[in-house]
Design a protein around this ligand. Sequence first.
Ligand code: SF4
Ligand code: SF4
Length: 256
Amino acid sequence: MIVTKDLHGPDAFFQDLRQAFGRTLAQADACLARPDLVCDALLGQAWDSFEGNLAIQREGQPPVACQKGCPSCCTLRVGVLAPEAFRVAQLIRASADRLRPHGIDLEARVRAADAATRGLGEEARVTLKQPCAFIARGVCLIHAVRPLACRGHASHDRRACADAAVGRRHSVPFSGPHRVVRLLVHSALQAALHHGGRAWHTAEFNHAVVLALDNPQALRVWLTGGDPLAPAAMEPEQHAAQEAWFANLLPLPATG
Ligand code: SF4
Ligand code: SF4
C-alpha cells in the first residue's frame, strides 16, 4: 500500500503509486500462466492505497452518510479500467452456481443492463435511472470487488442523494477526499498501464464486463498488449490529451 502525507502529498502519492503499479506490471510477463494473479495484484494495490490515503485525507472532515441499503447513487454511469472489469467478470463466473439457487443471475443482469444503457452518455443515464446490475435490495452484490468509481463516490447527505436521483435537486455535498483520492489512484494506474504498453482507457462498466464475459481469453489478450475492451471505451475524444499528459510524466525507474 502506498500512503503519503507530506507537503507534496497528492503528487508524491501519484508518483509513488504509479511506480508501484509499474513494478507489478513489469512482472506480468512471468505470470502469463496466471493472468488473474496480475489483475488481483494491481487491484489489491489500488484498493489498499485508496483506503489508506482516504483515511488520512478524511481526518477532521465531516462524516459521510453512505451505508448499506442506500442505493440512490447506483443508477449512475460507472467508468472502469480493464482490471476492474476482468475481476468482476471473474466473480460473476465463480459465483454463478452459488447464486443460482437464490434466483440471482448476475450475468443475465449485466447483459440486460448493457442492452439498456449501451452508448448512452452521462445525462441520458441520469434520466434513464437504470439501476446497476449488481444492486439487490439496496445491497451491492459485488461489494468486495466494486470499481474505484463506486469507492470514490460518497456523500455527506443521504437525503440530498435521494432528491437528486429523482430530479428534485441538482447538487449533492459529495466528499472531496473520496473524489480526489479515487482520481489519483485511477490516474496512477492509467499512467502505469500506458507506460507498460497496456490498454489504459476508461471503459463503460456494463459493456466492459459483457465483453470480458464473452471472451474468456480477454484478460490474457489485454495483458499481452491487446485491447479487448475497446468497444466500451468512454470519451475517446479525450484520449489524445490524456496520452500527451502520460508521455510528459517523468520516466519510471528501471525495474529488474
Ligand atoms: S453517495 Fe449518497 S446514495 Fe450513494 S451510498 Fe452515499 S449517501 Fe447513499
Ligand atoms: S457496483 Fe455496487 S456500488 Fe457500484 S454502482 Fe453497482 S451496486 Fe452500486
